[in-house]
Design a protein around this ligand. Structure first.
Ligand SMILES: Cc1cc2nc3c(=O)[nH]c(=O)nc-3n(C[C@H](O)[C@H](O)[C@H](O)COP(=O)(O)O)c2cc1C
Length: 202
């Protein structure tokens, strides 16, 4: 089994509809650790040695966060800036993370339609996530497609439920090595994998 570390960042969890629901079952899942960065580091004073130890103990890292200004909440950047050290994660002798996997699990106010050349946001989510992808590449990690919840402002509770089931199935699939590289390399979003039985979707 693969060990999954969720680096969770939501600066206003009390107002959240999507992420509050997505993380609900996570604590019960075998081999999945939820690490709530804003809860652990309210002053953003990240413990680098502890974070590096956590990374070494896991195989798959998921940065789970709302999409804020086409990127992540600030603590994710702080985490990257401090934890991914030269000589440890990249650069000469920096091979600590080699062959681990990493991905983003995000929610966006915007619909999928507005994230393309003709849409209001002009770029696809895949394009906007390139800094994460390239950071992964430099640190010798495999970057998986993101899990994306679109159009959050218009989602009704049953829609969020469906995404939550999809997310849970993805976590179970990844932990059990049931999602192969051949499969995820063919999709833009992890959601596009056939994660839940059709019967649940109707
Ligand atoms: C500071 C801020 C920046 C945001 N930036 C974006 C953005 O760039 N693109 C987008 O689609 N939605 C954006 N949103 C909307 C959030 O992504 C959306 O409210 C969130 O994903 C909903 O998840 P939640 O219910 O867990 O809070 C932004 C919201 C806030 C508060």
């Amino acid at each position: 089994m693969a060990k999954i570390l969720i680096l969770f960042a939501h600066p206003a969890l009390e107002k959240s509809r999507v992420h509050k629901r997505l993380i609900r079952p996570v604590k019960q899942l075998e081999n999945v650790s939820l690490h709530d960065l804003y809860q652990v580091y309210p002053e953003m004073d990240i413990d680098i040695a502890y974070e590096q130890k956590l990374l070494l103990q896991h195989d798959i890292i998921i940065m789970q966060h709302p999409f804020y200004w086409y990127s992540a909440p600030a603590i994710i950047k702080q985490w990257q800036d401090l934890v991914l050290e030269h000589g440890w994660a990249y650069g000469s002798g920096g091979t600590a993370l080699t062959d681990k996997k990493i991905m983003n699990a995000i929610s966006c106010g915007g619909s999928k339609e507005v994230y393309n050349r003709e849409g209001r946001n002009r770029y696809t989510i895949t394009e906007l996530l390139v800094p994460f992808e390239q950071t992964a590449h430099l640190c010798h990690l495999q970057y998986l497609p993101p899990f994306v919840v679109h159009g959050t402002h218009k989602l009704k509770d049953p829609d969020i439920e469906l995404y939550a089931v999809q997310y849970e199935e993805m976590l179970i699939g990844l932990a059990n090595d049931r999602i192969t590289a051949a499969e995820w390399q063919q999709v833009s979003y992890m959601n596009d994998l056939n994660l839940i039985p059709k019967i649940l979707q109707s």
